[in-house]
Design a protein around this ligand. Structure first.
Ligand code: NAD
Length: 488
């Protein structure tokens, strides 16, 4: 199959004719030939979006009018959600049952931001009877959206929905390892009646197409999700034009289990938190810290559960853990497994290719125990089905270990001591923290990380803030005294 760009309402190849190949993770066979966007293709897409911004109806519609179209997009997603899930499953190696959940969430993203934009008020500040100050929220301009290969369709829509709701035309650059589901978007947008030129899609390699989008002077806002090092490169490039940035980056999130926790539920959350979505999840609970009195028991039970996680073909509904995205990524994850063993961590489950799956990027659910803070597997984001378990003594050490990496995306605390739960919530360095819960999202809340996990927040009003500029208008409603200069 061949994939093209979508620019100004037309499917087009790269101007140079350049292409790249994408592969299916379950077989590592080439499945797609994809247009490889270069600076000229990005420029054409930005020019189309810019025209839609300066001359088109989209930024001029009111929130409710845009919401009607966003709800149409949600409907168009829902009407083909099984197909989206199948495409995503084949293209990314995600288990089909989990890909279905991601497709449903994509539709929800559009419905949610339709509601946000219809309800959005603008602030008014009155200074007695003398002055009325009101805020007008204007769409920033052309939004550049750059997305990663994990849950690609869901993450693309998580950025598209608020950007469109805010009135911004967009240029989307999907990840080169998972380009297929994004190619369903043009038809979805057309079906919903989105005006031409508002949605543009340029495929391509990050360092070429992504970099050109970031460097383009007519793209004032970039919303990026991906690796921390890529985020740093983007921030450096974006500085030339002082762009507004949202950076959703890597993580190494701790799940802290205290002696008094409901161990059964904490165990369920630990297993789900790191092995769902193939462990390719930014908020994965990839470091489990357990109070020493329950440590041996927890490690044994986690290893038992990991051994039973069903690894298999992504399209099989019984599969819990599918194929990792790409052989290069698989090698990287296996490199971490080797590093864990070399550094003296105790491998208690997985660590190798499961039997009966000779092709594709399959790895058994992997558990390392006795991991210490100095080890690479404790410090670095593995982004696969590998969890590190570390014992701690007391609350202070739990906090110290939880905070001992460069990341600060998510954290999970399991304890039945209410006061301790809140103390931890305030001491752990993370943008998002769950108490006695797995990662359950409320789309209104700020999503994002601190430290090397990111800059800025998305979700609810925070996403709308990203894609709009507040303009303040000051109106004198009485004659305010004006200091008189130059009257002698
Ligand atoms: P990546 O940084 O390699 O790529 C992400 C996107 O950036 C891709 O579209 C890529 O083509 C593009 N890109 C690469 N180099 C670029 C450049 N120089 N200029 C512009 N664009 C460029 O990330 P990935 O490997 O696709 O995704 C995995 C990473 O994403 C993990 O670190 C994960 O934690 C992170 N992630 C974070 C969140 C979050 O919300 N914090 C969510 C999902 C994934």
């Amino acid at each position: 199959m061949k994939l093209e760009h979508y620019i100004d309402g037309a499917h087009v190849p790269s101007a140079s004719g350049a292409t790249f190949h994408a592969i299916e993770p379950a077989t590592n066979q080439v499945s797609l030939t994809v247009a490889a966007g270069e600076a000229g293709d990005v420029d054409a897409a930005v020019r189309a979006a810019r025209k839609a911004f300066t001359d088109g109806p989209w930024p001029r519609m009111n929130g409710e009018q845009r919401a009607v179209i966003l709800r149409g997009i949600a409907h168009a997603v829902e009407s083909r959600d099984e197909m989206i899930a199948e495409v995503e499953c084949a293209d990314t190696g995600l288990p089909i049952t989990q890909a279905r959940g991601q497709a449903r969430r994509a539709a929800q993203n559009f419905r949610f931001f339709a509601d946000v934009i219809s309800d959005l008020g603008e602030d008014v500040y009155r200074v007695g009877a003398a002055q009325l100050n009101y805020v007008v929220r204007k769409p920033v301009g052309v939004a550049g959206l750059i997305t990663p290969w994990n849950t690609p369709f869901m993450l693309e829509t998580w950025k598209l929905a608020p950007a469109l709701a805010a009135g911004c035309p967009v240029v989307l650059k999907p990840a080169e390892w998972s380009p297929l589901s994004a190619s369903l978007l043009p038809q979805i947008m057309e079906e919903a009646g989105l005006p031409t030129g508002v949605f543009n899609l340029v495929h391509g390699i990050g360092e070429t197409a992504g970099a050109a989008l970031v460097a383009h002077p007519d793209v004032p806002v970039i919303s990026f999700t991906g690796e921390t090092t890529t985020g740093q490169t983007i921030m450096r490039s974006a500085a030339a034009h002082l762009k507004t940035l949202s950076m959703e980056l890597g993580g190494k999130s701790p799940l802290v289990v205290f002696e008094d926790a409901d161990l059964e539920r904490a165990l369920d959350a630990a297993v789900f938190g790191v092995f769902s979505l193939n462990g390719e999840r930014c908020t994965a609970s990839s470091r489990v810290l357990v109070e020493r009195s329950r440590y041996a028991e927890f490690v044994n039970r986690l290893a038992e559960r990991a051994a039973k996680v069903r690894v298999g073909p992504p399209a099989d509904p019984a599969t819990e853990l599918g194929a990792l995205i790409h052989p290069e990524h698989y090698e990287r994850v296996m490199g971490y497994v080797r590093s864990g063993v070399e550094e003296g961590a105790r491998l208690v489950a997985g660590g190798s290719r499961p039997e009966g799956l000779p092709d594709g990027n399959f790895l058994s659910a992997t558990v390392f125990a006795d991991v210490t803070a100095g080890m690479r597997i404790f410090q670095e984001e593995i982004f696969g089905p590998v969890v590190c378990v570390t014992p701690f003594d007391g609350e202070a050490e739990a906090i110290e270990l939880a905070n001992a990496t460069q990341y600060g995306l998510a954290a999970y605390v399991w304890t039945n001591d209410l006061r301790r739960a809140h103390r931890l919530a305030h001491s752990i360095e993370a943008g998002m923290l769950w108490i006695n819960s797995q990662n359950v999202r409320d789309l209104r809340t700020p999503f994002g990380g601190i430290k090397s996990s990111g800059v800025g927040r998305e979700g609810g009003r925070h996403s709308i803030d990203l894609f709009t500029e507040p303009h303040i208008v000051h109106v004198a409603t009485e004659d305010l005294p004006v200091p008189r200069f130059g009257v002698g």
